[in-house]
Design a protein around this ligand. Structure first.
Ligand code: ADP
Length: 684
């Protein structure tokens, strides 16, 4: 339970009041709640050793309200934890269990923590709250809420709740002991922490928060000082004093303004009207990651008001003298997005490239004092194994990609209700269909299985992997748009294969398209494709088979397999329709590669095509089309009058538009594209 968690204006009366509280009441403004962990607010000040008491200097400035009150932070403050007297040497519970009190472990703003030993000799931490500090119903409710929430949790990376009981003077919350202190002490000793170590920490933290969020619990006070090391040096999140359970429902939010200044998310500072949700914990992960890698939190300042101003403008930098990897910066920048919706979700975080770097199999005890050697030498293969194992231990289950067919019904449904795909798209149903595909060599029909990779140099990867890589590259270019062009590697810029016509008939058969090579394809509702090659008596079938993955079968039009006849008729039907009714998007090109459409998404603003060669084509409502190719490095514009130009994306980002023909709202369109690809990247 935290002193922070009480709105001051509602406490009548609570002793002792401090200057910050008085000011807040007098001015009738909503304060950020008083803070337990003074140490973290005055990061660089030394923690006192006098049983956890902090100097007046250490305590100053932490109770500052959001509205600037420059004079109010000067006076010495008392913490409610000082009301907590040392418990008797033996604490007897009402049910007759005896605990022997041991050494003092630490102090927050509200509680003091002592070692306690049970009769079998097992040692725990007892978070001890003085009853004298629980003066009203609201405070009591908050303490009970902390206990209730904490008691309901069980996760490898959350401090285990053991029991709670009381005597005449104190309430005791018995917890799993974390004898190696917290990340805050580690950072204080180490000054900075290496990237491999922080990667390991992050996975454990993400695992715990994923668990919390899955139970709709917001922690709301994640900070280095609340993340402890157990005896095996695993991280455990503790202190649920500000935790809250979010009621179910899409739009539910919390409105209490609370947190620790350095870690508070901007939307919390937005005031009570804005509300906040799970993203505040994601923000705090970003702050912790930055603090561990750089040595201090990103918005650190002596004056709390300055911290808030910086947070509201996300004003921070990566100091040149404390270099960290590009991948780490990318993740931090995303976590610290001003708009909560732009932050990665808890599931998305571990997909970032940064986690592909050297990854240890555990945290060594020596880490408490110095950087262990050899971490950067951990091989790629070993790192991947360690990463997987650490995720598993942190309860993060990575689903195997059994079904890479990714036309998501929800994509279509939400954007174009009429084209809701039939039930046959569900994996259970499609399984039988795929068995119709005959294995190579076992057939008398004139068909040939084609190895996709070698014959067509097309890689069928998981779609969201391609989206992720493309999104990452687009982001990276955005950050480097101020760098010199001649220091960058630029892609070759030939015009890509494009979809020049399309018909969405997915409420009956499927989605048909004509490429600018004049090849005509139909993406059938069962997710398989037939592509009729222009000027050829061949046609291709792109089929997904559960055991074999994607297969491309080349067939002769003269002797089509029986089961393809009906589908070929449909292709012809579409071909005729498109030829007589639709005009082309772009002029014809010779076929350089064989490309299929893998997925399409329609929104009110655009239709998005994802192709098997990794390209993305966006046809916007205003008849301008943009294609992203080369994994996000190249961009093509097709004007309404079919003029086509391809350039390195960085070039367009620098210029703000295409050189020969201006694209209306060019950068906005690129941002929409990046966002759409990002959304796909993070879809499970
Ligand atoms: P408060 O609610 O007052 O902020 P905390 O939960 O932060 O209290 O606990 C106060 C201090 O007690 C911590 O800073 C830490 O030093 C110590 N502590 C808390 N939980 C444990 C634990 N499980 N094992 C060891 N020490 C702990």
């Amino acid at each position: 339970m935290s002193a922070r968690s009480q709105p001051f204006h509602s406490i009548q009366p609570l002793q002792p009041l401090n200057s910050g509280q008085l000011n807040a009441r007098v001015n009738n403004i909503t304060p950020v709640k008083p803070l337990r962990n003074y140490k973290e607010n005055q990061y660089d000040l030394k923690q006192s050793t006098d049983g956890g008491k902090l100097s007046s200097a250490t305590a100053s400035g932490v109770n500052a309200p959001i509205v600037s009150q420059p004079q109010q932070q000067k006076k010495k403050k008392e913490k409610l934890s000082t009301l907590c007297k040392t418990p008797p040497s033996i604490v007897r519970t009402r049910t007759g269990r005896d605990y022997r009190r041991g050494t003092f472990l630490g102090e927050g703003g509200f509680a003091r923590c002592f070692q306690m030993k049970d009769s079998s000799g097992k040692i725990y931490a007892a978070k001890t709250v003085a009853k004298a500090s629980i003066k009203n119903e609201k405070t009591k409710t908050k303490l009970l809420s902390e206990i209730k929430i904490h008691k309901s949790l069980k996760h490898a990376n959350i401090v285990n709740f053991v029991d709670c009981f009381e005597d005449d003077v104190n309430v005791y919350i018995l917890l799993e002991i974390c004898p190696n202190q917290s990340l805050m002490e580690l950072l204080k000793t180490r000054k900075r922490v290496s990237e491999p170590e922080v990667r390991f920490f992050m996975v454990q933290i993400v695992g715990a928060i994923k668990y919390l969020h899955s139970r709709r619990v917001l922690h709301r006070d994640l900070k280095l000082g609340n993340i402890f090391f157990d005896p095996q040096m695993n991280l455990k999140i503790g202190d649920f004093g500000l935790a809250s359970v979010l009621p179910s429902g899409n739009d539910s939010r919390k409105y209490t303004i609370c947190g620790t200044p350095n870690y508070i998310a901007p939307e919390v500072l937005g005031g009570k009207s804005v509300g906040h949700s799970f993203e505040v914990d994601i923000w705090a992960i970003g702050i912790m990651m930055y603090a561990l890698l750089i040595g201090k939190p990103p918005f650190q300042a002596k004056d709390v008001q300055v911290i808030y101003e910086r947070i509201k403008k996300t004003e921070y930098s990566f100091p040149i003298d404390k270099p960290i990897s590009y991948e780490a910066k990318t993740l931090i920048q995303d976590l610290l997005s001003l708009n909560p919706l732009h932050r990665p979700t808890i599931d998305e975080i571990l997909q970032y490239d940064w986690f592909k770097g050297p990854f240890p199999d555990k945290t060594l005890e020596v880490s408490l004092n110095l950087t262990p050697g050899g971490l950067d030498q951990i091989s790629k293969a070993q790192s991947a194994i360690n990463f997987t194992n650490t995720k598993a231990s942190a309860g993060i289950y990575t689903p195997k990609t059994k079904n890479p067919v990714e036309i998501l019904r929800s994509d279509l449904h939400s954007e174009q209700p009429k084209t809701l795909l039939p039930q046959s798209l569900s994996p259970g149903d499609t399984k039988d269909k795929y068995q119709e595909v005959e294995p190579i060599g076992s057939t008398g029909r004139q068909s040939k299985k084609i190895n996709f990779n070698s014959t067509y140099s097309t890689t069928i990867k998981r779609l969201n992997q391609i989206c992720f890589e493309t999104y990452q590259n687009m982001r990276r270019l955005e950050y480097s748009k101020h760098e010199m062009l001649d220091t960058m590697e630029l892609p070759s810029c030939e015009n890509p294969t494009l979809i020049s016509k399309w018909v969405d008939y997915s409420n009956k058969y499927g989605f048909s398209y004509q490429l600018n090579t004049d090849d005509i394809g139909v993406l059938f509702n069962d997710e398989n494709t037939i592509l009729k090659l222009h000027n050829s008596d061949k046609f291709l079938e792109l089929i997904y088979h559960e055991n074999e993955g994607w297969t491309c079968i080349e067939n002769s039009l003269l002797h089509p397999p029986l089961q393809s006849k009906k589908q070929l008729e449909i292709v012809d039907f579409f071909a005729k329709y498109m030829n007589s009714n639709l005009s082309k998007v772009s002029d014809n090109e010779d076929r350089k590669e064989t490309v299929f459409l893998r997925r399409y998404t329609r929104t009110s603003e655009f239709i998005m095509f994802e192709m098997t060669n990794g390209n993305f084509q966006f046809n916007f409502k205003d008849h301008h089309k943009i294609c992203i190719s080369k994994g996000g490095l190249a961009i093509t514009h097709i004007s309404p009058s079919r003029m086509i130009q391809t350039h390195p994306l960085i070039f367009i980002l620098k210029q703000g538009n295409f050189p020969s023909i201006e694209v209306p709202e060019c950068l906005e369109k690129i941002a929409i594209i990046k966002d759409a690809i990002k959304k796909k990247a993070f879809k499970e």
